[in-house]
Design a protein around this ligand. Structure first.
Ligand SMILES: [Zn+2]
Length: 326
């Protein structure tokens, strides 16, 4: 098992045994009670830590996508109605994820919805926080680990630098997981969208199937059961594990962006463990709702509770100011 996956599994075990605490939006890990700096000071410190780091590891989660306007996942925002309105009018649900669980009347409608969901994320433009992050990381040595499946990171950065440990909307897998293969979904999605037009159903013959056993395909994403943890999954974990091992000893900055309270095991807690154990590591968390920093690493970092889009934009500007010698 790869190094990073071991960290995730450790955290998963802690999550299971402390579930009631997590379910209240808390953590069993003792948090710092130190008074946080003012926002302006935090942005200055953030920028300084970027400049001083020899190596940066970004952990990007759902709050980052939401901050950039991908806010249609959980509730009925204007962008939800814009992209999913024809479904939500007929079949009452709020938020794109709720649609993924909706009992549509037939497979043709189910796939009409699924294709719409995937098409929406795959064709979304690169959102502003990702542009700002790219500017911040410009000329830095960095790697990225993400639980986001929406392909924003791989649109923005070199794919070699991005480990997508929870799947990716560009791929299908067998819904029965009969094979280790994942395959390109994008062409099939385009065909479904085109054939559907203004309707909410696709033609039966366009429902994608596994080329090996004939079962229906399914997007290669965790969250709906049967997520394929095969070659592709292992390769993503190997990417981040090797990157971390290669940079042991470097002055490393871990930056956690938008981790939700019910999924601390993929980015947040592995970053806490690494920041604590690596003598040269520092840590920053940015979260709109809960920015946590454990007591054990309170002198190694910052917790910024604010809008991620705003924070990244302000840090970007601050770094430009420092470069211009202001
Ligand atoms: Zn199959």
């Amino acid at each position: 098992m790869t190094f990073y996956e071991q960290l995730v599994l450790q955290s998963q075990q802690s999550f299971q045994s402390n579930y009631p605490i997590y379910a209240q939006g808390k953590t069993p890990i003792k948090l710092s009670t130190k008074r946080q700096d003012s926002y302006e000071t935090q942005i200055e410190k953030f920028s300084q830590m970027i400049n001083e780091a020899e190596y940066i590891v970004i952990g990007g989660a759902s709050g980052l996508s939401a901050a950039g306007g991908g806010d249609f996942y959980y509730t009925d925002t204007p962008s939800f109605y814009e992209n999913f309105g024809k479904f939500s009018k007929k079949y009452v649900f709020k938020g794109a994820f709720a649609g993924m669980q909706y009992p549509f009347p037939n497979r043709e409608t189910y796939w009409g919805y699924l294709a719409t969901f995937l098409h929406t994320t795959l064709n979304a433009p690169i959102r502003q926080p990702y542009h700002d992050l790219a500017a911040i990381l410009n000329d830095k040595n960095f790697d990225i680990v993400t639980t986001n499946q929406d392909t924003q990171f791989i649109k923005t950065f070199d794919e070699d630098k991005v480990s997508e440990i929870q799947g990716d909307h560009r791929y299908f897998q067998c819904s029965n997981a009969c094979t280790d293969d994942v395959w390109d979904a994008t062409e099939s999605i385009e065909q479904m969208i085109e054939a559907m037009g203004d309707d909410t159903q696709i033609p039966t013959e366009l429902i994608p199937h596994c080329p090996h056993c004939g079962a229906e395909a399914f997007p290669w994403v965790r969250g709906y059961g049967n997520f394929l943890e095969g070659k592709k999954y292992q390769a993503e974990y190997t990417k981040i594990s090797n990157a971390l091992l290669k940079h042991q000893g470097a002055k490393t900055l871990f930056i956690e962006l938008g981790v939700g309270r019910m999924t601390p095991m993929f980015i947040q807690e592995p970053f806490w463990t690494l920041s604590y154990n690596l003598p040269n590591a520092n840590y920053i968390s940015v979260n709109r709702d809960n920015a946590f920093i454990p007591e054990q690493i309170e002198n190694k970092g910052l917790a910024i509770q604010n809008d991620i889009a705003k924070v990244l934009h302000d840090v970007r500007n601050q770094i430009v100011e420092i470069k211009n010698g202001k």
